[in-house]
Design a protein around this ligand. Structure first.
Ligand code: IMO
Ligand code: MG
Length: 429
């Protein structure tokens, strides 16, 4: 049985948690392959909205093992808080059910301090990061000075590695940012306790995944962030610091491409973005506010990690086609179709215009993208309440035409549609 990759086809916040929770039912392992607690995934269970940041959405299916794979950066302080909270909801994330790869990087307090200081120094040029320390943690990984999760099993080495991390950070804080040092001994004490707690969870998850595959079991690779935030193929530098795309599944989990048969791209029926960076179809008017919602509904467009209002706009098919290509998408999941009810006409971006020249391929180069103005196709909207629809044939004709337009433009089939935040409000096409 293969690996199914489930990833964001836009700028994050596509509703991945929602669909991952559904697909987790069929998977013996659900593995997060990239990023850290910059992610915020909401799952609606009954009348509760549960948010996960590090733990994959499989947490609520007792038969699935949850893996934090090698491609991640893990903040143990956040993990402790999250595991306590999820256990309170009955997730039971014991060392048997929650596994941390020995090669995953630890995100430590110095990374958070450097992320904040770096963003402050950039001022108006800031990336608008989540200030969770993600960039500096991946910087240390690539500079080969990071602390890997495997070290947690050796208390002496772990304390030494954390102390060295704080000393390195303090030198940088003083030199580059004129900031006060962090308290090394307090951090070593706190993190040594956290390491002792989580050491029993550390293992070779790559081995675990391959054993499952050999047994014919199904593995779900759960992505965080989205394609356009990818470190290589996103709108650099307004990106996150990890591989969010299918390539990241391979390196993050340690599997070859032959295992990944299904690549599911999750896209909203419109676009959103948090943080800075180009967004050609952004709407700064009342329509943008309408797509965002007021914040009274957990489904509304406010960051689940930082609470920031998200920028919103029409669906960008040029960008979606780019995501289909860079990931090799085999199917699309369309979320939040219900939000478009009552809007007519609807617009979708089918090309850009750059100084009167048509652009049909998404330019990931920011200066080029900034010059691009969207060219829209208009489609009729619908008035009917679709939140109770569970079959494609029961959607209004205009909604089915909207889906068809997406499929025709991207060349990728839509496999699922969501029409509300509940587990039951996703249906297979
Ligand atoms: P999920 O998994 C949306 C954005 C930040 C910022 C940029 C870099 O919920 O879809 P970082 O803290 O990663 O260095 O910030 O990336 N960003 C996200 N936007 N959803 C996310 O995750 C995001 N994670 C990071 O807003 O623009
Ligand atoms: Mg989010």
């Amino acid at each position: 049985m293969p690996v199914t990759a489930l990833l964001g086809a836009q700028w994050g916040d596509e509703g991945k948690g929602h669909i991952a929770d559904r697909l987790a039912v069929q998977s013996s392992i659900v593995a997060r392959y990239n990023g850290g607690d910059n992610a915020g995934h909401s799952i609606t269970i009954g009348d509760r909205v549960v948010r996960t940041h590090l733990v994959p959405a499989g947490a609520f299916h007792p038969e699935s093992i949850c893996v934090l794979a090698a491609g991640m950066v893990i903040n143990l302080r956040s993990l402790a808080r999250e595991v306590d909270e999820l256990d309170g909801y009955g997730a039971q994330l014991t060392p048997d059910r929650l596994k941390i790869d020995q090669a995953a990087q630890l995100l430590l307090p110095g990374h958070i301090a450097l992320d904040g200081a770096g963003e402050d120094q950039l001022g108006a040029e800031a990336i608008g990061t989540t200030k969770r320390g993600i960039g500096p943690a991946y910087t240390d990984k690539m500079a080969r000075v990071g602390v890997r999760a495997g070290v947690m099993t050796d208390a002496g080495r772990f304390a030494e590695a954390v102390r060295a991390h704080v000393e390195r950070t303090n030198a940088r804080l003083a030199r580059d940012f004129n900031r006060a040092p962090l308290d090394a001994e307090a951090i070593v004490a706190e993190y040594s306790a956290l390491a002792a707690r989580f050491a029993p969870h550390v293992t070779d998850t790559m081995g675990l995944i391959h054993t499952a595959l050999e047994r014919g079991e199904h593995v779900l690779a759960e992505g965080a962030q989205g394609t356009l935030l990818d470190i290589d193929h996103g709108t650099y530098p307004y990106v996150t610091s990890s591989s969010t795309i299918t390539g990241g599944v391979l390196t993050g989990l340690g599997v070859g491409p032959k295992h990944v048969r299904r690549v599911i791209g999750v896209t909203k029926a419109f676009c959103s973005r948090v943080g800075a960076g180009p967004f050609p179809t952004e709407l700064k008017d009342e329509m943008g506010a309408r797509l965002r919602g007021t914040g009274s509904n957990p489904w509304d467009e406010f960051g689940s990690t930082t609470g920031r209002p998200r920028r919103t706009g029409w669906l960008d098919l040029v960008a979606l086609k780019y995501a289909a290509r860079v990931n090799g998408l085999t199917e699309l999941v369309l979320t939040k179709l219900d939000i478009l009810t009552g809007i007519s006409p609807l617009r979708v971006c089918i090309a850009y215009s750059n100084c009167d020249s048509p652009v049909t391929n998404f330019p990931s180069d920011v200066s080029e993208l900034n010059q691009c103005a969207p060219i829209y196709s208009e489609l009729s909207g619908w008035e009917e309440d679709i939140t109770g629809v569970r079959r494609i044939d029961d959607l209004p004709l205009a909604a089915r035409v909207y889906l068809l337009q997406i499929e025709t433009f991207t060349g990728v089939k839509i496999s699922h549609v969501s029409v509300g935040p509940e587990r039951s409000q996703i249906f297979e096409v």
